[in-house]
Design a protein. Structure first.
Length: 316
């Protein structure tokens, strides 16, 4: 019997990663294009379709691809349309599914990028064997996927699971969604950088390598690396971030009573400096009936492959 393959595409605000994946979760080939280099949506779709087609051809898999799975911000799973993605350079609505099917000639399943990550964890990673879990993707923004009774929660319009835009600090930081105090403004990569800049100003006597980096060049990876090397200000930044995330997770547990909350994305590379404060804050704030019932863990998918695997899982 011939092997079966799909293409997984993860569309992010910075770059778009895509790859050919078999039924066992093995990535045959992988590549990327830069999302922000295409101010015109039609040019982006054309370039992405061309790159995907060339990858299929280079691996001699013409006629063996069953479909394409796409994970992208703010996709309505029911329609395949992106509705109000603030981290992408094109105005909404974006008929993503329709445009990619037309450009490639392949069937497309499009879903929120965090939902794709949740499906990936359910099939290949930390969600295996779990009927109820939440995934939080910590990247440029914050995405989330909620699995309840073994099924991904889409809601009546296919847009459920925007936990990054729950308000954790009323009247707090301005969010790109138009509201103030969203979790994303504190715990995304950009939110963490903002915290670091504020703390550098607040604690001028605390020596830190972060203060030597121009604010416009500072990134969350710098903060994680500094913390790993014992930089006390960086450790303080991650502790503050973890405390807010733990508080938010305590609220999320009241929504769906998950067995686990899985953290995914580049920010999690900060490791225990972030995860331990999350666990401590969750234990402090969680409703007593859920106490000691929820595991905090990180993705079990290979970091460099996780986004593609999640998108491919959506195709299957």
């Amino acid at each position: 019997m011939a092997k079966r393959y799909v293409v997984g595409i993860d569309i992010g605000g910075t770059h778009t990663v895509f790859g050919i994946v078999d039924t066992d979760g093995h990535i045959v080939a992988c590549d990327k294009i830069m999302t922000g280099e295409y101010p015109e949506l039609s040019d982006y779709i054309s370039s992405l379709a061309k790159a995907v087609t060339e990858q299929i051809s280079a691996n001699r898999l013409e006629g063996q691809i069953e479909g394409i799975g796409i994970g992208a911000p703010a996709v309505n799973h029911n329609t395949g349309v992106i509705e109000g993605a603030v981290d992408l350079p094109w105005p909404s609505p974006i008929p993503l599914k329709e445009m990619m099917e037309s450009a490639t000639g392949l069937p497309v399943s499009a879903t929120n990028d965090a939902n794709a990550a949740a499906i990936g964890e359910q099939i290949y990673g930390a969600g295996r064997g779990l009927s109820d879990f939440i995934i939080l993707t910590l990247g440029t923004g914050i995405g989330s996927g909620i699995v309840s009774d073994g099924h991904l929660v889409y809601g009546h319009r296919g847009l459920a699971g925007e936990l990054g835009h729950t308000i954790i600090r009323p009247g707090g930081r301005q969010c790109s969604c138009g509201r103030k105090g969203c979790l994303e403004t504190y715990a995304s990569a950009r939110g963490i950088v903002r915290t670091a800049i504020e703390m550098i100003a607040e604690f001028p006597d605390m020596k830190s390598v972060l203060s030597e980096i121009p604010p416009k060049d500072l990134c969350s990876a710098d903060i994680g690396n500094a913390a790993a090397n014992g930089d006390q200000l960086a450790i303080r930044v991650l502790k503050y971030t973890g405390e807010i995330l733990g508080e938010a997770c305590a609220n999320f547990c009241a929504y769906s009573s998950p067995q686990a909350i899985v953290f995914f994305g580049g920010v999690t590379k900060a490791g225990d400096h972030l995860i331990n404060p999350i666990r401590e804050s969750l234990a402090k704030h969680i409703l007593y009936i859920y106490k000691d019932q929820v595991e905090i863990t990180t993705s079990q998918l290979p970091h460099n492959d996780a986004a593609v695997l999640g998108a491919a899982a959506a195709a299957w």
